[in-house]
Design a protein around this ligand. Structure first.
Ligand code: B12
Ligand code: SF4
Length: 447
């Protein structure tokens, strides 16, 4: 069969469709494994092509036997439009990824089959069924045994950013109320055999790697072994980590640094202890943040923080307090997101039950729009407050201060420039997403 896998076009994020194949996109595109991983699960004997619509146009007239489309929530409307167009031409379409998993019945209206969950165990059977013209409506992919995850077929990706992604584990036991990860990948931390991760890393030519794991601090013993094994490869890497471990385990930090860690992405989420409790963010204690950041930086690594505004325990004061606190820390960059109840998450069901979801227009589920009724402020206060924090944190003066700090931590090594780079990329994203709203409205409709 001729199989086409598609990542739909995106007008949101650090790089967008409009950046296409520019040097900026090459530098800042965030690597993902979804489609190269599905391709790797395809039994031999089929022709597969991957089109990332952000970099290539889809030719709807080419004769494909099967089209598979991946979709996060905000991409669902575009994914559905692509699906409808192929199906109108008689091509069989399969939808998969986070959004179709959360809303399989909705996705099924636009597809011949929906893969719910991970593809590894069910995709080979789906391909056989498609060959026989006997596709089932739904394929429920179990949480796969990580030793059976094949290496992604990265060679099928036509656009290769400067960084490459890899996954050592799947799952997260923390189950924060707002997060899609535990719902999708489960609470058990499934680990890949370390020799497989090392072998895959050896095959990746890129120097800078981003671990696409929920967190590399969930099983410190496994991660320490991984660090020891990847050290000789002399890669530089970035990973997600939880602050409870990073803030106290210097042995862990030292091993990570020696294995090439440039920086950690840490979901601080909130400086408000009540909001952390509300979100079940069990790994975080706001009162420990500042000290923990110092511990990580003293070990020679950077920290990029993630913050969310709009929890039920947040009042309008949260914005000024956060800005004042965070600009006093030595962090390298930060993301400020508006709480977004993604379908499938516990918070989505809670808000839906409470009648607080303001829109189910998935294109607005970007974390830059307010899509629900906050409890202790108005939607406008939430949006304006988030903008205020972004404006303050990404002021010219603050950016310069942070950039110098980042370079100093890494003694001005060439890879250290990736951290100031994140500031530039984030500022560009925020400018477009929050401040050039008129421009955003002028984006031409999808063609
Ligand atoms: C890399 C990444 C990105 C990349 C690429 C997007 C992408 N395709 O995943 C970029 C930077 C663009 C991105 C952006 C965003 N992301 Co993101 N991202 C990730 C991340 C870290 C890794 C994804 C990955 O490569 N996983 C590894 C692969 C192998 O797993 P997978 O993608 O789940 O694919 C498997 C299955 O889903 C399935 N599958 C997937 N697609 C398909 C298609 C078919 C046809 C089939 C059969 C099966 C199938 O099979 C695969 C193998 O089992 C995840 C977190 C995570 N660890 O998963 C968040 C995550 C997916 N992102 C998330 C969010 C919120 C966003 C943003 C909204 C953030 C923002 N504020 O801008 C944007 C949205 C952009 C968009 N495209 O909609 C959420 C998803 C929420 C949701 N329900 O949509 C996640 C889960 C993070 C989180 N915990 O909240 N992201
Ligand atoms: S936010 Fe982080 S710690 Fe919480 S469930 Fe998601 S991945 Fe796990």
């Amino acid at each position: 069969m001729k199989i086409l896998l598609i990542f739909p076009r995106l007008e949101h994020g650090v790089t967008t469709y409009r950046d296409r194949n520019s040097a900026f996109a090459k530098l800042f595109s965030n690597p993902y494994l979804s489609l190269s991983q599905v391709a790797a699960c395809t039994p031999p004997g089929h022709e597969i092509r991957i089109i990332d619509e952000n970099h290539e146009k889809i030719d709807f007239d080419e004769p494909w036997d099967l089209v598979g489309i991946t979709s996060l929530t905000m991409l669902a409307p575009r994914a559905y439009r692509i699906a409808d167009e192929f199906r109108a031409k008689g091509v069989k379409v399969v939808l998969g990824g986070y959004h179709p998993t959360a809303m399989p019945e909705e996705a099924k209206e636009h597809a011949d089959a929906v893969v719910i969950g991970e593809a590894e165990e069910v995709w080979p059977q789906l391909i056989k069924d498609a060959e026989r013209g006997k596709l089932k409506p739904f394929y429920k992919g179990p949480h796969v045994d990580m030793s059976r995850v094949p290496f992604p077929k990265r060679e099928l990706m036509s656009f290769h950013p400067l960084t490459e992604g890899i996954q050592a584990t799947r799952g997260c036991p923390n189950a924060c109320e707002f997060c899609s990860t535990t719902v999708f990948l489960g609470r058990a931390l499934r680990r890949r055999p370390i020799e497989q991760v090392v072998e895959e890393l050896k095959q990746i030519p890129n120097k800078i790697i981003i671990f696409r794991d929920a967190s590399l601090t969930l099983n410190p013993a496994y991660s320490m072994e991984l660090f020891k094994a990847i050290k000789p490869l002399n890669k530089r890497w970035i990973a997600n980590g939880n602050i409870n471990l990073l803030g106290k385990n210097e042995k862990f930090l030292k091993a990570a640094r020696e294995a090439g860690c440039i920086s950690w992405f840490v979901g601080f989420e909130s400086i408000n202890p009540s909001s952390l409790k509300e979100a079940h963010k069990v790994s975080n204690r706001a009162e420990d943040y500042e000290r923990a950041i110092k511990v990580v930086r003293n070990q020679g690594m950077g920290i990029v923080g993630g913050f969310i505004f709009g929890f039920d325990n947040d009042t309008p004061e949260i914005f000024d307090t956060t800005l004042e606190t965070v600009t006093g820390w030595d962090i390298d960059a930060a993301e400020f997101n508006i709480l977004t109840p993604y379908p499938g998450t516990p918070i989505y069901y809670r808000y839906d039950e409470e009648g607080r979801i303001l829109t189910k227009d998935w294109t607005k589920y970007t974390q830059a729009h307010v899509v629900y009724q906050p409890k202790n402020m108005t939607p406008k206060e939430l949006l304006d407050g988030t903008k205020k924090v972004i404006r303050g944190f990404y002021s010219f003066e603050q950016m310069m201060k942070r950039m110098y700090g980042s370079l100093k931590v890494h003694k001005f090594a060439p890879y250290a420039f990736s951290l100031p780079g994140i500031n530039v990329a984030m500022w560009r994203y925020y400018k477009r997403e929050f401040f050039d709203a008129d421009d955003r409205e002028k984006i031409p409709p999808y063609s």
